[in-house]
Each structure stands twice: as C-alpha cells, then as structure tokens.
Design a protein around this ligand. Sequence first.
Ligand code: SF4
Ligand code: SF4
Length: 670
Amino acid sequence: MEKIQPSKKRKKKNIPYLGPNLLFYCYDCSLPIISSNTCPICDNKVNLVPLTPPYDVRPSTPYETSEIIELIKATFGNNTDIIQMDDVLLLNHTGSEDHMDEIIFYGKSIGTRRYDLTSNSWILKLNGYGLSLLNGKKINKWVMIDDGAIEYIIKGASVLIPGIIDADKNIKIGNYIAIIDKKHKVIAGGIARLDDTERKEKKKGVYAKTYQAADEYVQIHHTKRSWKDIVKWNEQELMRLEKKALFFIQKIIDDLELPVMVSYSGGKDSLVTLDLVKQALPDGNYDVLFVDTGIEFPETVNYVKESSRKLGFEDKLIIEQVSSKVFWDAFEKFGPPGRDFRHCCKFAKLAPIQRVIDKLYQGGQCVSFVGQRRYESFRRAITDIWQNQYIPNQINVSPIQNWNALMIWLYIYWKDLPYNPLYDTGYERIGCWVCPSSDMAQFKILENSHPKLYTKLRAAVEKWKEEKNLPNGFWEHGLWRFKQIPKKISNVLSLNLNDFKTTSKQNELSFMEIESSDCITNPVTVIGSFSSRINLDTVSSALIMVGKAQFNRKLNFIRVSSKKFAVILYHDGAFKIIFRKQDNLTKYGIQNAIENFIYTVLRAVECINCELCVGKCKLKAISISNNIIFVDKKKCTKCNLCAEACPIVTIVHRKVKETIKQTLKETKLQ
Ligand code: SF4
Ligand code: SF4
C-alpha cells in the first residue's frame, strides 16, 4: 500500500509542498495533458506548465470564465477581449488571504485573480504575458510615459510624475494599470499610488509602482478544443489512473476483509471515488453513506438522491438526516464555527457517521472509501489510509489521493458522470453552506445564489458580534471564520487582534487556587469555581468517571473520592480538591487530576448529546440520554478515553490547561 509522505521542501515561503506539478501542454496542438509523455497528437515532447504551488489545477467552468472576462473588462475596459467563452482556460487555486486563482490561458499563465477582503471583490493582476496580450486593444487604466523613462520602468523603477505624458483620468489609487509608450505599446504593469486627479495637482513624486515588465507580444495560433476532445487525447492516462485506483481498492478490500462503505458528500471527488468502488465491486457489496448535516445546500441533497438513481446505487444509499437545530444550537452556545474551531463537523458529521457505522456493522469496523486528495491541504497530503480519532471503527482510504482536480474533472467528463449542479454556478468546493473553510469569494456567490441562507448566516454572525462587542468587519472581512485570526489576514486588514478576543456563553472554569502545605495527610488542596451554578443532578453520574461519587441531596453537594484525592463540588459552582499524601505526587499528576475533574463537570453541564463519547468507550460504560451522561460504575475504569472524543473538551481544553498550568507554576509544592 502506497504511503505518501509530504516532502519538507518548500517551493515558496509558507506554501507547503503537497504534490508534483502534473500539468503538461503541447503548444503546437493547444492540448493540456495530465502525464509527462509525448503529445498524443503530434508525438512531440510536451512541456511542463510553470505554475505556482500547490498545483491543484482545474478547468475553468463557463461561470468562472465569464467572471474572468468581466473582470478583465472591469479592469482595462470593454474592448479587452483577450479571452473568449470557448477558450480553454484552467485555474490554479493558490495561496492568498482568501482566494486566488492563477489563470492559465492555452498553457500559459496570464496572471491572477485575487479575492480582496477589503473591497470584497476580485482583483485582476496580469503578469508579463497577460500584459502583452493587451497590445493592439483599446484599453482603459493606462499611463503613457516618456521614451526616456522606458528603460528604467522595464527594470522595475516606479513611474514618476515628471515622466508621464498622459494617463486615463479614471485611474484611482490602488488600481492595477498598464504602462504604455507613445506608440501605445504595453511595456509594464503597475499599481497606482495616486488618483489621476491628484497627479495633475503635483509636479513630482511617484505615480505608480511598477510590478512587472510586459513580455514581447507574439501572435500565437490556438486551436480551440472542446473538453470532450481534451478527454479523448488524455484517455490513455485516464485509463492508467483508473486501473491503478481499481487495483488499490481491490487490494485494500482483500487485505482488510471488512465491510465496505463509500462516504458520499455530493462533491466531485466522492463522485469519482464512488464510481471507482462501483467498478471494483461489481457484486454491489457496499453501502453508500451521505450525512445530511441539516446545513447542506438543497441542491446537494437533491443531487445525491438523483445521482443515486442515475448511477444505480439507490438501494445502497443511506441518508443519515441530522436536524439543522444541532448546528444552530451549537452556534448559539459556542458562536460561529471556525477553521480552527470546527465544532460543527463533530456534532453534525462525525457523530452521525459513528452512529450509522455502529448500527450497520454491529459495533464492528468498516473500510470507508473517501474522496480525499493530497493537493487539497497539508493534512490531507500525509497519507491515503487513516483513522479519525472520533470514529475508531472506521478505516478511511482514498483511492484518488494523488489525483489533481484536472484529473478528477477529466474522469467525470470521460465517464459522463452526473455532477453536482452547484459547480456550474461558481462553487469550487461543495460542502455545507455555512462552512468556515469556504472563502469569502464563495460567500459572495451564496449571497446571490441563496439570499435567504446568506441572510440567515450573516444575521447569526452579526448577532454574535453585537453580543461580544466585536469590531466592525467581523462578517464583511470573514473574520468570524477564525478563533485566532491568521497573520496574513490581520496584516492585509491592519487589525488589532486584541479587539477580537471573545468569551463564550458556556460554563467555564472561572477561578482556581492551589495551596501546598506540610500537612502529613493532605499536602495539596485546590479550590476553585465554575462561572455558573451547577445542576448537581446532571453531573452526579458523570463524576463516576473521576471516582466514587456520592450525591448528598440534603446538603446539596457531591463528594467524589479516589485513592489519590477527594473532591467536593457545590451547587453554586465552587469546588475543592484535596490530594491525599502519596509517594509520587507530582505537578503532572495534579494537573491531570484537576483537568479530568473539570472536563467531566463541563462535559456533563454542556453536553450536546452528540454521543461521540459512546463510540469511544470500548467497555460500553457510558450512555447519553437527553443531554445527561450516564456512567455504569461496574464497567467504567476511569480511563478518560471518552473525554478525548468530546467536542466540549476540544472547545475548553486550551483555556483550562493554561489556567491550571499557570496556577501550578505559581505554587511551590512542599
Ligand atoms: S471511556 Fe473510560 S472513563 Fe469513559 S466511560 Fe468508558 S471506561 Fe469510563
Ligand atoms: S459528553 Fe458525550 S454526548 Fe456529550 S458532548 Fe461530550 S461526547 Fe457528546
């Protein structure tokens, strides 16, 4: 079984290496090719297209092509018809603060479009080749320079006001502009540092910063090709990829001898994975699972059902329906999900998957084929076989781990597979419509395509912002998608990160002190308090995971005792932990004991019924009913493994750990 280890080498600062560039091109035949062999038409050697990592190149959809055509017009005027709708355009999603595509026009990059978080719009930046294509067109946003300045501009010098003959009066500060000579030849690209009206009032100074010289314009003949045609000439490589994937699937099934499931999300990658598994298992001995998280696009839910009919797996399709209330309740409690705080996946996806697997395979394991690809992220580039800590009985395998998006799309066109219609409306990735992993460019599409959903999400985020007194721009700049705002975003927006510190509504550890003495029976005592009252009825059973728990209803407290410590928890949220004298009482041991107690109380108080803990406990000692944890004291070994699966712990652990660590640091143990 092939294990893929991402290389440590970095092609560019901050861009991890996810996989090789596999876009080749025959410039004689105008043909993109997905293998490094010779051109299948002319038999000549093909060229590797120079791209920016991570090389997950994809065909531009008609929607995207028309967006790019409009963007070029908006930047340089209506006569800049560089690209036509039937041209072969590829897009290479590269790193930026939100979304950036490198635009590949007949095998050559012409520049980028970047979604700008300050203006919430796309910005076009043509490179040397792209700028050269403006030659012969009547363009806007131009600045004409004196002959004497040309050689300096080509070397990268800024455009100075005295060297300017004339300029488009509509140029505004920050605009990308074309620097031209007296014969209207484009010689470089620049960024305006002034509005043109301001220039006229000044005699000297910088007008624009030059970012790149234009290439010499060369007329190239392109053969227009349909995607059907491109598929035809790439068929050999597609067959090779398919054969390899089928062999891999077969080997996994033979080696693991487990029931087979396909995780179907309604996206392109899971569609290809499903088609491959269907071929590898002609006997139809597999299940297809779609979790309707309650926050799926309606089109995706319809598409999943329709595609199951068209592709003939209707009888294998299991739709696990989750109420949208699960997501919105969690939102109410914890705030918007974040890329670094993805509570939604745990409640609305992982827990339901675990429930289905448990039920379907009677607590046994299954192998689940998933459409994951190395080009998507560094985490996904690590391996093609993995287990999720929250779903221990599922072994995940990806047969398309090494495919880039172009291979996926060519395969879909080749097999004529029905794909999710959302791709044709501008969505590059399909997931839940609230997903914080989506970029703001995608939420802009949501605003137009699904105004009701957009308004609902925006209203919830704005409400949270008001309650937490967060600064403006929380929604507009997409800051709600992070707990810790990444530097590249805070730099672009010049944010003061202290303004974005939030507190959640849930009960939390509000105060703690540790006393150490030379007492021979109880050398360490911890006193502390939770931020709100505790309903002791809801926590008494859960505390069995900490020790022997006794609920004194008359005096309204719970006492928990173990060999190493005793805890008293009061209804007002105060608690006391008394450590008994023992030979090996270390700070680490104290930290662990306090953490376990606090996590257990917070889990019991904040439980959202997801049941991830139930699947984690191999001894079947824990059960959940109406958000209350029940622990069987005869079975529970107090191993605390179930806490590892609990999303509440994921949410609180950083702060709790830090508080205990800090308090312990300030305590001198006797
Ligand atoms: S995982 Fe461990 S602590 Fe949790 S209920 Fe099961 S035995 Fe008890
Ligand atoms: S205690 Fe169990 S059911 Fe409750 S939130 Fe945690 S993992 Fe989910």
